[in-house]
Design a protein around this ligand. Structure first.
Ligand code: CTP
Length: 206
């Protein structure tokens, strides 16, 4: 057993990854947990005009700076702090500032494509896939993108049909096979969350 544990929470857009993560965090002493979102590691697109940034496929592995994410995961695992990028969905780009993140006993990595990348998988001690029906996922996504990400209904639907859905079928859904644990119905599966929480608490207590 290593000194620090990294838990990966994967799943399609709107599956409830953030809810599962928030519930897990509640079961752990907050001093002992660090949460990292794969979304923070979207590539810097400062050189790309806004009109082009809107058209980027944000569900394709190419959109992410996975090299930086891997370097940060390795650093945190070995006890070093990192400067995590911050992302702004409204302007489709990284923010200028970063967030200083200290290492802790439990590191939770959450994101759509974290089980797709073999090197990221190898860094994870527990791999979870949150499995939620696509009708529920699209409804959650519409509500969230309209409320929190400054989008119109039309833009959410076009993006879903043109990039989100195809990438889900091509990259995200097949990555489920690498999970140690598949949680149906995301954040509403209290039994699965409690079991995973117990496993993490045992690790922290050791
Ligand atoms: N995305 C976007 N515009 C950007 C960058 C990302 O619309 N400029 C979208 C991508 O299309 C991707 C989604 O953000 O599908 C990833 O976030 P998502 O998994 O939906 O959100 P979380 O809150 O992390 O997860 P969950 O809904 O499962 O809690």
């Amino acid at each position: 057993m290593t000194d620090r544990i990294i838990i990966g929470i994967a799943g399609g857009s709107g599956s409830g990854k953030s809810t599962v993560t928030a519930e897990l965090v509640k079961s752990i002493d907050t001093q002992k947990v660090t949460v990292i979102q794969e979304d923070s590691y979207y590539k810097d697109q400062s050189d790309v005009p806004f009109e082009e940034r809107i058209k980027t496929n944000y569900d394709h592995p190419f959109a992410f700076d996975h090299d930086l994410l891997k370097a940060h995961l390795k650093a945190l695992k070995s006890g070093q702090a990192v400067e995590k990028p911050l992302y702004n969905y409204e302007i489709h780009n990284r923010r200028a500032e970063t967030e200083h993140v200290e290492p802790s006993d439990v590191i939770i990595l959450e994101g759509i494509l974290i089980l797709y990348d073999e090197e990221i998988r190898d860094l994870l001690d527990i791999k979870v896939f949150v499995d939620t029906d696509s009708d529920v996922r699209i409804i959650r996504r519409i509500l969230r993108d309209l409320k929190e990400r400054g989008r119109s209904l039309d833009s959410v639907i076009v993006q879903y049909m043109e990039t989100v859905r195809p990438a889900h079928l091509q990259f995200i859904e097949p990555s489920k096979r690498y999970a140690d644990l598949i949680i149906p119905e995301g954040g509403y599966n209290q039994v699965a969350i409690d079991l995973l929480g117990l496993k993490i608490q045992n690790f922290v207590a050791e």
